[in-house]
Design a binder for this molecule. Sequence first.
Ligand SMILES: Cc1cc2nc3c(=O)[nH]c(=O)nc-3n(C[C@H](O)[C@H](O)[C@H](O)COP(=O)(O)OP(=O)(O)OC[C@H]3O[C@@H](n4cnc5c(N)ncnc54)[C@H](O)[C@@H]3O)c2cc1C
Length: 559
Amino acid sequence: MRLIVVGGVAGGMSAAARARRLDESAEIIVLDKGPYVSFANCGLPYFVGGEIEKQESLLVQTPQRLRAALNLDVRPEHEVTGLDAAARTVTVRSAAGEQQLSYDALILSPGANAIAPPLPGLDSSRVRTLRTVDDAVALKELATDARRAVVLGAGFIGLEAAEALERRGLDVTVIELAPQVLPPLDTGMANLVQDELTRLGMTVRTGVAATEVRGGSDEDTVVLGDGTEIPADLIVLSVGVKPATEIFEAAGVTCERGAILVDEHGRTNLPGVWAVGDATASLDPITGARRPVALAGPANRAGRLVADDIFGHPTARPIPAPVGTAIVRVGELTAAMTGANKRTLTGAGIEHHTVDLHPNQHAGYFPGAAQIALSVHFRANDGLLLGAQAVGIEGVDKRIDVLATAIRAQMSVSDLIDLDLAYSPPYGNAKDPVNLVGMFGQNVLDGTTRLWYAQDLDDVRESALVLDTRSPAEYATGAIPGSLNIAHTELRGRIDEVRAAAAGRPVRTVCASGMRSYIAHRVLTQAGLDSATLSGGMKTLRAWLGSRTREELKEGKSL
Ligand SMILES: Cc1cc2nc3c(=O)[nH]c(=O)nc-3n(C[C@H](O)[C@H](O)[C@H](O)COP(=O)(O)OP(=O)(O)OC[C@H]3O[C@@H](n4cnc5c(N)ncnc54)[C@H](O)[C@@H]3O)c2cc1C
């Protein structure tokens, strides 16, 4: 049996290593067009920023070590340029020339390439991408003498690159065509990340495209659609990736928008050909849509399962559809998400509720307590968990990982109440944020809580009485214009006042983070008023409004 693997990094090398562990007799050849295999693509930004000091640290394995440990025939700088599925051969180009290699089984894990939009000037030597070790070395070198950097694209890798360059002391401007940074996040969460980028000293421009890179002798100039010109010594192009599949598609591998279509075992339409990783389309378990998931975890795991399928391992099983759990550090903040976001759910017509919370990452009385902005979506009819996002200083990874596990286990939001999570004051709360999500969620499902959302602000202001249940001192720092302020502690004695001010309109309650307004909502509901409480309170509202906060809430002005 001869197994050929195209691409020797995440998916490809996982498959090759597993294949060897299953079959000592197989001949396993790994071909990679680059000079390195098994390198830490995810570590590249941290090498650029200087936290990973040595280039060698990025090289997790070498061909020599892979030969010694696993008897793999690893061939760097061997590019596959053709596939003849009928003859079961690949064409390989290397320094030695071109050759045909036959295979019994072929695994394609060629990853993805950086998208280069059709902008004039992208061929400037000051424009760089960040995909390979060589890219990272070149970027680091260029950054040494640079003062100003522009990062085109505020996705996960773009922001990691921006953070790395800021860490090196450069003036960084981030440009994003979408109306927000980190487009997979919900708007409010993304605004928190944007605030952090600004706090770090970066300039962030969203909702605007770069239209040209104008080359110059001392510097380049990035020209934006609105006419802004930004001088730059260094430009990072990070506007997305596309599967590196052209030659395979040309050879008859079925693709959808460039991503290889595979069945649940990673098999392509061609006999004897499997595919994994960034190059493939996977099923979104929440919406049923097919889309590529460019993440290391799913690629590594699929590689292992594809090897199981090829070698007929007794526990071979279908590749689970990845929920797309992702995390990024931006300055002091961590932002993470799992499952679907609100846009995706709305687009797919999935009726859902969202709970927004701001719990501390650990006991409030223990030094260093800080809030996490946590947002969880669940199906309206039965509470099935659909997606979660979190932004905070600490404890974000742990909560998103628990929620990712719960989504995978197809739990409902109410199931979260009963999760027995580790607690002592430095680590969590007796009611962990995840348990709180469960309690809030169950209240929403059974009607104990009725929510209104930040995005309903205009409608609510037009049609309802907004009752702000914070203290007068908090209210004075900024509030929804036209709202009535009665602290929740006084509400029981002043219900007639609320009824009179509402004059038959519904009452929509507000507080700082949603707890006091929830109590008020319960008081009002039991007094016979039509009431709902703002999910996540003013914190979520401010995050959602972003740069419009001052204007919309008349912050700092008397009402
Ligand atoms: C800067 C950066 C940071 C990232 N950070 C994270 C992170 O923090 N978390 C996360 O989950 N994911 C992260 N990712 C994404 C993650 O690295 C990828 O999802 C993962 O590596 C995909 O694995 P793969 O096997 O599909 O492709 P890759 O690991 O990209 O490997 C593909 C290999 O195939 C080779 N190849 C392509 N075409 C051919 C050909 N025709 N012939 C021979 N060889 C070929 C390429 O040279 C490449 O080495 C990051 C990626 C980058 C670039």
